[in-house]
Design a protein around this ligand. Structure first.
Ligand SMILES: Cc1cc2nc3c(=O)[nH]c(=O)nc-3n(C[C@H](O)[C@H](O)[C@H](O)COP(=O)(O)OP(=O)(O)OC[C@H]3O[C@@H](n4cnc5c(N)ncnc54)[C@H](O)[C@@H]3O)c2cc1C
Ligand SMILES: NC(=O)c1ccc[n+]([C@@H]2O[C@H](COP(=O)([O-])OP(=O)(O)OC[C@H]3O[C@@H](n4cnc5c(N)ncnc54)[C@H](O)[C@@H]3O)[C@@H](O)[C@H]2O)c1
Length: 458
């Protein structure tokens, strides 16, 4: 028998749930398909939320180490296994809570693997479902790497399930995951841990600002993390419990564990997208700013779309897709658009690196006329009090309209700081007005330092 929905959502992660609840709230009949044994998605189970348990511990250890000459007599010691248990007490409840929440709202939870039959029909483990609209929210998985022995790497999810941290860890790829996990490991091991990051490109953290990445790399080196660039890995081998990563130029890196941090690719290969005329590339499903794919009535959101792989971007994309479906049902057409000019990103390292908007290199490449205010190794009381020597900032504004083009912060709690700049960008507030509005920020705080960052731009 064929069931019929106004809208079918594929995937129970951040994007799928955000879309399903929004459609349901607006009175549409909604089914949500999930093929995993553990519904709830990457963010909650093995991504942002899960890893943040380790971040909080690592931050406490790093901060207390910085404070040993400043009134803290014994620095904190982390217990990886206890943090893992705490994380697992949280993640264990996610699948049941996800399914119960959907059912309680009146959304049909449909376990099974979804594949297109045609643009308006989806089969779930052989059962056919007819739908007027579809939202694809199938997420991403670690990229398949053409490296001999690639199967010996553990994924980021496996890493968060380790019982204990080994002494020598090699991270393949110098992106978000490797930087964050290396910072966790450098602070949470019971003995001294050596982490090595191997990056294929000329520098790690490609989308971030080059100068700021250098400063973060220096701070990482001081925490015991070695970073090698321009590394072409040819093989990963195992002897007993030891691993050897070999490179094209003859180098070898020995370790007790090799971690995949070399990017995540969209999970779209087994959806039969061609049967629905949905186009895609290596980066993901092709979408326009309304989150519609190349096939009318089929939308994509989150990590499976060829956009940005961040949790709140997934939320915003899902809400955009859902809003357009709702307005289309009211014969209003598609009225909601995504805007990626002010997407904040934060690396949960210590110090954190938060950025929003453009990097200085992009502004130069695009020939944009800008002014800059920047500082490094900040000796402000904020950082003297926590013994942080690596704090830095860079703010760029348009020379004529004085609006924020990009902001980059190395600090503890860079998240709060970068959010202020994000809101200024969204609301098109020029630097002098942001300065004026920030004078009465609660004082003293990280955020009350924003006026010092903006002063050279007044
Ligand atoms: C280690 C790690 C740390 C991260 N940290 C952060 C962070 O700090 N901040 C941040 O913003 N982002 C972070 N991210 C990224 C963030 O987790 C993702 O952007 C977000 O989870 C994407 O959500 P999604 O709904 O698109 O996909 P997912 O949450 O992956 O959900 C996709 C779902 O679809 C299901 N599915 C796939 N194919 C099918 C099919 N054919 N049929 C049925 N079901 C299917 C999958 O089983 C899965 O449950 C992190 C990611 C990782 C890996
Ligand atoms: N704090 C956060 O918001 C956060 C944290 C973790 C993950 N994420 C999301 O998850 C995504 C995936 O994270 P990631 O760290 O795996 O990817 P990434 O895209 O951030 O970085 C991958 C890095 O690996 C390098 N690389 C690729 N192939 C390689 C190879 N064969 N050898 C050596 N280096 C190689 C790339 O040049 C790149 O620098 C991120 O893009 C991000 O959107 C976000």
């Amino acid at each position: 028998m064929t069931s019929t929905y106004d809208a079918l959502v594929i995937g129970s992660g951040t994007a799928g749930q955000a879309a399903a609840y929004e459609l349901n709230r607006n009175g549409l009949s909604v089914g949500l398909v999930e093929h995993g044994q553990q519904p709830g998605g990457t963010c909650a189970l093995s991504g942002c939320q899960a890893k943040k348990w380790f971040y909080e511990g690592a931050e406490t250890v790093a901060r207390s180490r910085h404070l040993t000459d400043l009134g803290i007599t014994v620095p904190a010691l982390g217990s990886w296994s206890q943090l893992k248990e705490a994380k697992n007490r949280f993640t264990a409840k996610v699948p049941t809570n996800t399914v119960n929440g959907l059912k309680k709202a009146g959304i049909d939870f449909i376990p099974g693997h979804a594949r297109f039959v045609d643009p308006k029909t989806i089969s779930v483990d052989g059962r056919r479902i007819a739908t007027r609209f579809t939202i694809l929210a199938t997420g991403a998985a670690p990229m398949k790497l053409p490296i001999d022995g690639a199967q010996l790497m553990v994924s980021s999810s496996d890493f968060l399930e380790l019982d204990r941290l080994p002494r020598k860890i090699v991270f393949v790829g110098g992106g978000f995951i490797s930087f964050e996990f290396a910072h966790f490991a450098a602070r949470l091991g019971s003995e001294e841990i050596r982490c090595t990051i191997l990056e294929a490109g000329p520098r790690p953290l490609g989308p971030f600002d080059g100068e700021m990445v250098e400063l973060l790399s220096d701070a990482s080196a001081k925490a015991g993390i070695a970073i090698h660039n321009d590394v072409n890995i040819t093989s990963i081998g195992q002897t007993g419990s030891s691993f050897t990563v070999r490179t094209e130029d003859g180098r070898r890196f020995d370790s007790d564990l090799v971690v995949h941090g070399a990017g995540r690719e969209p999970e779209i290969t087994d959806l039969a997208l061609d049967r629905a005329d949905v186009q895609s590339s290596r980066r993901g499903i092709t979408v326009n700013e309304k989150m519609e794919t190349t096939s009318p009535g089929i939308f994509a959101a989150g990590d499976c779309a060829a956009t940005v792989q961040l949790a709140r971007v997934a939320d915003a994309e899902a809400q955009t897709a859902a809003a357009n479906i709702v307005s289309s049902c009211k014969d209003n057409g598609y009225e909601t658009f995504m805007d990626y000019t002010a997407v904040p990103a934060v690396l949960f390292t210590y110090p954190q690196y938060g950025m929003v908007g453009a990097t200085e290199d992009t502004l130069k490449d695009d020939g944009i006329d800008y002014e800059k205010s920047a500082g490094k190794e900040l000796g402000w009381p904020t950082y003297r009090r926590v013994g942080m020597k690596s704090a830095a900032f860079k703010v760029m504004i348009g020379r004529t309209d004085r609006r924020i083009l990009g902001a980059h912060i190395l600090s503890d709690n860079a998240t709060g700081l970068i959010n202020t700049f994000t809101l200024a960008m969204h609301n098109r507030i020029p630097a002098n007005e942001l300065h004026r509005q920030s004078v009465m920020t609660p004082y003293p705080s990280r955020e009350s330092d924003i006026i010092y960052m903006l002063k050279p731009l007044l």
